[in-house]
Design a protein around this ligand. Structure first.
Ligand code: NCD
Length: 313
């Protein structure tokens, strides 16, 4: 197969294992490109992409923008804070205005779950979901699973524990879908109050004890507590959270085996991870960032091929 089964990347839930395999193969090629002295290919010279960020972001926004530029696409950027959204404009009006400038693809981050799906039904452009509220963050899950594959050879059969705020984390949900699809065993670990009630129906185990979860796993993906999505307290204090669910060097060195430590960023050093763990050789956090550019190049390239293909039919 050399084509994605979808015209948009709205979530891992909407794609197939064959899609993921194709994205990984394509990312392997782009990884070579970004390690060359000339890090650019002319593939998307005829494509214009709008990055619409209605929610804060550093890494994801930079990563998408770099990926687009390395593919030679024309890029426009928009951040909600400095826009007419504050003046009451609707999402469709904002985006339609941008599209009348002849944009082919929209990369969107939005605080509302389902914003990408909604947009894909209402406008003519290929949509990439760069995070929709507590719902999905598909490119993060692709880069996370791709990083595991590069680090450990394959994802199938690997034991992965996702630690932290499972309830509010789009990274957790997209990772669970991707890891299960690729045949990994998955457990989630964190305070009971931050576990969604339906979680076991997604084919993952629940382990409330961090020590036991780490003893079991090959890979630990440590998530940030999503304070911005909480309107009540889910645990007594940050200190208590760290005591129970924070990973420090003593715990890491006390395990029987060497596990791989991941984090999607931004890290709250001293909360979910201590600095010496974040900077240790077992942490692949910066590899994740590098792989993120190759993965996003692959996603954008493959979706743009579909735009060109659909236009020629
Ligand atoms: C994640 C996000 O925005 O969901 N970060 C990211 O995309 N790099 C995780 C987080 O904010 O904790």
């Amino acid at each position: 197969m050399s084509e994605l089964s979808v015209n948009h990347l709205l979530g891992i839930k909407y794609i197939t294992k064959a899609d993921i395999d194709l994205i990984f193969e394509t990312a392997d090629q782009f990884k070579e490109v970004i390690n060359r002295p000339i890090k650019k290919v002319p593939s998307l010279r005829d494509i214009t992409i709008a990055n619409l960020f209605f929610e804060n972001s550093t890494r994801t926004k930079l990563s998408f923008e770099l990926a687009e530029k390395r593919l030679s696409a024309d890029v426009i950027n928009f951040s909600a804070g400095a826009s007419s959204v504050k003046k009451g404009e609707t999402l469709i009006d904002t985006v339609n205005n941008i599209l009348s400038m002849k944009v082919d693809m929209v990369v969107m981050r939005h605080p509302n779950p389902g914003a990408g799906v909604f947009l894909s039904k209402n406008i003519k452009a290929s949509i990439v979901n760069a995070g929709d509220g507590a719902h999905e963050h598909p490119t993060q899950a692709l880069l996370d699973t791709y990083s595991i594959r590069r680090e450990l050879g394959e994802v199938t059969g690997k034991k992965v524990v996702i630690v932290g705020d499972i309830l509010h984390s789009r990274v957790a949900l997209s990772n669970i879908f991707a890891l299960r699809m690729l045949g990994a065993e998955v457990k989630v670990c964190g305070p009971k109050t931050l576990m969604p009630r339906y979680i076991e129906s997604l084919g993952v185990g629940v382990e409330l004890n961090l020590q036991k979860a780490l003893q079991w796993c090959d890979v630990a993906n440590m998530l940030r507590v999503q304070n911005e999505r909480m309107d009540i307290s889910y645990f007594p204090s940050t200190r208590e959270y760290t005591q129970q669910y924070g990973l420090n060097k003593e715990i890491l060195d006390g395990l029987d085996k060497k596990i791989v430590v991941m984090h999607p960023g931004p890290i709250n050093r001293g909360v979910e991870l201590t600095s010496d763990v974040a900077d240790s050789e077992q942490a692949i956090i910066l590899n994740q960032v590098e792989n993120g550019v190759a993965i996003r190049m692959a996603v954008i390239y493959l979706l743009a091929s579909k735009i060109k293909h659909n236009a020629s039919r």
